[in-house]
Design a protein around this ligand. Structure first.
Ligand SMILES: [Zn+2]
Length: 405
């Protein structure tokens, strides 16, 4: 055999192994016979693969009463609580670290201020924080750490493990996955925070029931994640969906991207508070005169019928609908998810967004299109859990775990 052929044999093994693991993950408890039937693999291959997965502790056998009655049948199910990962979110000014078990349980969480610093110092600080966190957690409990996941705003290249650009820190084309792996000795997976949240919603949250969805997140910035056929939409290895830079108002403010009237400049939290503040200064009567102006008070005032708050949120819904209609026309999602503090006014906002989408997209695409709150509104590290889950399901991490035993 040539080297290329050997590599192919390994790849086929990895692909088959991942196919079996995916079936057990999505349909378990499931019998070996059923796995062979659904995967089109030979029974002997299924027996061999499942033996390896059992030896590695990734799946286990369980006996249950067969539906046809008679003797007890043996089925297979995944074991996820025994494996752990560290999910790191490098935000705009802070670093969040979370220890998860693979079944999604949060075992520990830390938040650190993360100041602006030159690239070399920043990388050292990042590695030190993660290393200290792991050492500290190991003192409290026995861990089987299988990976580190790192998510952040900006552009990331998941295929090459690179940060293409981060909006707050001097990280441009940095092979961060490799650098962290060398320093910390664990596989590292990298992704954009909003795109990986969309994947987390698909695996564990509000879009579990469909393969095609769009999530839009409105906070400091405005971002989106597109899931098509159960995967994050990608271009050139990068997870993309820059909905925040769709122009929605030609006369709008200048955006940090250099253009004018981008969605982000019109509906990000700071933009909405600025619009409300300006109207208050102009003397509009409002419930907001008597309380601090925050996203929470703005949403509550709108729900209480306040004209000013309803004006501001109504305009935001119009702009969001305008940009989302483009997504609907291009990607025909089965569900739209919204994340952000403005979801506090969902009963008012979502029907308006739906109306705006309906006016600007194909009827067969927007008919019965649900607009719902994202499940993970505050769990900023959830995207990292999704990245690790993906690496398991697609075989890359599965193979590393098998090889390390
Ligand atoms: Zn822009």
């Amino acid at each position: 055999m040539t080297r290329g052929q050997i590599a192919n044999v390994d790849l086929i093994k990895q692909v088959n192994c991942a196919a079996v693991y995916r079936l057990i993950d999505s349909q378990g408890p499931i019998s070996r016979v059923k796995i062979a039937e659904l995967s089109h693999l030979a029974a002997a291959s299924v027996t061999k693969i499942t033996r390896t997965l059992i030896e590695c502790g990734l799946i286990r056998e369980m006996a249950h009463q067969a539906s046809t009655g008679g003797r007890r049948a043996i089925s297979l199910t995944t074991v996820t609580h025994a494996f752990h990962l560290v999910s790191v979110k490098l935000g705009r000014e802070e670093l969040q670290l979370c220890l998860y078990s693979l079944d999604g349980q949060v075992l520990a969480r830390q938040i650190h201020a993360f100041p602006q610093q030159p690239q070399a110092a920043l990388l050292d600080a990042l590695i030190a924080h993660i290393g200290d966190f792991i050492a500290e957690q190991r003192q409290h409990q026995a861990l089987t750490l299988v990976a580190i996941a790192l998510t952040m705003p900006g552009l990331t290249d998941a295929v090459h493990g690179q940060v293409v650009y981060h909006p707050s820190f001097p990280l441009v084309d940095v092979p961060l996955a490799r650098l962290l792996k060398e320093a910390l000795g664990l596989p590292v997976f990298i992704g954009n925070d909003i795109r990986t949240q969309a994947l987390a919603e698909h695996y564990f949250g509000a879009s579990r029931d469909c393969l095609d969805s769009v999530l839009v997140s409105v906070r400091h910035g405005v971002g989106a994640g597109i899931i098509t056929e159960g995967r994050i939409f990608r271009s050139l290895g990068r997870d993309v969906a820059e909905i925040g830079h769709i122009r929605v108002d030609a006369l709008g403010d200048r955006c940090h991207c250099g253009n004018f009237g981008c969605l982000e400049t019109m509906v990000a939290d700071a933009a909405l508070l600025k619009q409300a503040g300006r109207m208050l200064e102009q003397g509009f009567d409002s419930l907001l005169k008597r309380q601090p102006l925050t996203m929470a008070s703005l949403c509550q005032a709108a729900l209480d019928g306040d004209r000013l708050a309803r004006d501001v949120l109504g305009r935001a819904a119009e702009y969001l609908g305008q940009a989302l209609a483009i997504m609907v026309n291009l990607f025909n999602p089965q569900k739209i998810l919204i994340a952000g503090e403005l979801c506090a006014a969902d009963s008012l906002l979502f029907p308006l967004i739906g109306k705006a989408i309906a006016h600007q997209s194909l009827p067969s695409f927007h008919r019965d299109l649900p607009i719902v709150k994202a499940r993970f509104q505050d769990e900023q590290t959830i995207g990292g859990l999704a990245l690790v889950k993906r690496a398991l399901l697609e075989g890359e991490l599965l193979q590393l775990i098998i090889e390390s035993r």
